[in-house]
Design a protein around this ligand. Structure first.
Ligand SMILES: Cc1ncc(COP(=O)(O)O)c(C=O)c1O
Length: 386
């Protein structure tokens, strides 16, 4: 059997990782500022994480949600504390798209409505409803087309007010990433998030904060939407939650009441997944990772803003987008193959930095030096041809 060829891949095989470094099969070291798409939160093979998972695996790896799993309660309590939402409720699943599906389903059970507001540039996953609220028609198969989804311009308060004025009593939910990831690191403005909160309150619609990529401390706050000083009704989370182990969750406001079989999953909340989730939160607390993300992130943002050839630098904490002009579109490849630095990307020319939350300043400097060399090389090339 062959693999179904859906991913354009780099010709590199990574066999080992430690912290923010990874090594390929030839022993070449790379600086990892991509984290396998914002997944590595406490660093590769963090000793506490490895020990916690190994211990759990030696005891019991999996059992389903038909028995008591005290690890789930421990995880819910810790997550409530670290996220500052101790009165919220946790439902555990295994991927980001699954978190989105369940958040939207829960919202619809709650107010018995169907219409969802999403925004230009939004990415919420690839399963049926998640892809329907994703603003990329190329990803939507005919069976996923959904006439209940309304796309509005991002950060446009007037358009949002108009949509609510026209059909507010039909709006089930508004879903928004605090910082758009796939959309190119676009930060939702604080006043836009506040407007969503007040309109959802007014019309009894559900505010869903998609924190799958921008959450879990990456922005320097637990949820990036926290910068706006408002609470969402449901937070979705995944990627950094298990540092590579597939675990996801939705954090649900107290006003939502559960009933048996309302939501469900086979794998979600299993013993090994909970051990991974707990290990991540423990490291985040012990090593003050949110503070580190805020500090090293703001250092990177400040330094990057000094380069005059960049179109724009956007982001918060360790979720940074470097928007490059066309003539610098090759820089991402040079960073990988010449300087051995992994970064992410967004179309057309945005370099995305999504490193582990314990990225050191020295590693940030290593990136800045390589980046500066590439920009200088391009300037020299342009002067020679002028
Ligand atoms: C903001 C956001 N929501 C949802 C998802 C879907 O997550 P998953 O790929 O785990 O299904 C992603 C994935 O990139 C994402 O960035």
């Amino acid at each position: 059997m062959k693999l179904f060829d859906v991913y354009p891949i780099n010709n590199i095989e990574i066999v080992k990782g430690q912290g923010s470094l990874v090594w390929d099969k030839n022993g070449q070291e790379y600086l990892d500022l991509y984290g396998g798409h914002a997944v590595i939160s406490v660093g590769h093979t963090h000793p506490h994480y490895v020990n916690r998972l190994t211990d759990q695996l030696n005891k019991l790896g999996f059992y389903s949600n038909s028995i008591e799993i005290p690890l789930q309660i421990e995880l819910a309590e810790k997550l409530g504390k670290v996220s500052g939402r101790e009165d919220y409720q946790l439902f555990l699943i295994s991927s980001g798209a699954e978190a989105i599906e369940n958040a939207l389903k829960l919202a619809s059970f709650y107010n018995e409505r169907k219409k969802i507001i999403s925004f230009t540039g939004a990415f919420h996953g690839r399963t049926s409803l998640a892809v329907a609220v994703t603003n990329n028609p190329k990803l939507v198969a005919p069976v996923n087309e959904n006439e209940n989804v309304i796309f509005l311009p991002h950060n446009d308060e007037a358009a949002l007010e108009k949509a609510f004025a026209e059909s507010g009593n039909e709006i089930c939910a508004v879903i928004i990433e605090g910082i758009q990831g796939v959309g190119g690191i676009k930060v939702a403005s604080e006043s836009f998030l506040q407007k969503i909160r007040s309109l959802c309150d007014q019309y009894n619609s559900v505010f869903i904060a998609d924190s799958v990529q921008c959450g879990y401390g990456r922005s320097g706050k637990f949820y990036s939407q926290d910068y706006a000083g408002v609470d969402a009704d449901i937070y979705t989370m995944a990627k950094g939650m298990g540092n590579g182990f597939p675990i996801a969750g939705i954090s649900i406001a107290p006003k939502f009441k559960a009933w048996h079989y309302m939501l469900g999953t086979t794998f979600g909340g299993n013993h090994l997944a909970c051990a991974a989730g707990l290990a991540v939160l423990e490291v985040m607390e012990q090593e003050n990772l949110m503070q580190n993300a805020a500090e090293v992130g703001s250092y990177l943002l400040t330094e990057l803003k000094k380069f005059d050839r960049i179109k724009e630098v956007r982001g918060r904490g360790l979720m940074i987008g470097i928007d490059l002009p066309d003539e610098l579109s090759h820089v991402k490849k040079e960073l990988l193959f010449k300087h051995h630095i992994f970064t992410g990307e967004a179309k057309p020319n945005v370099i995305r930095l999504l490193p582990a939350l314990n990225l050191s300043k020295a590693h940030a400097d290593r990136f800045l030096e390589a980046f500066s060399q590439e920009l200088k090389a391009e300037s020299l090339k342009q002067r020679a041809t002028a």
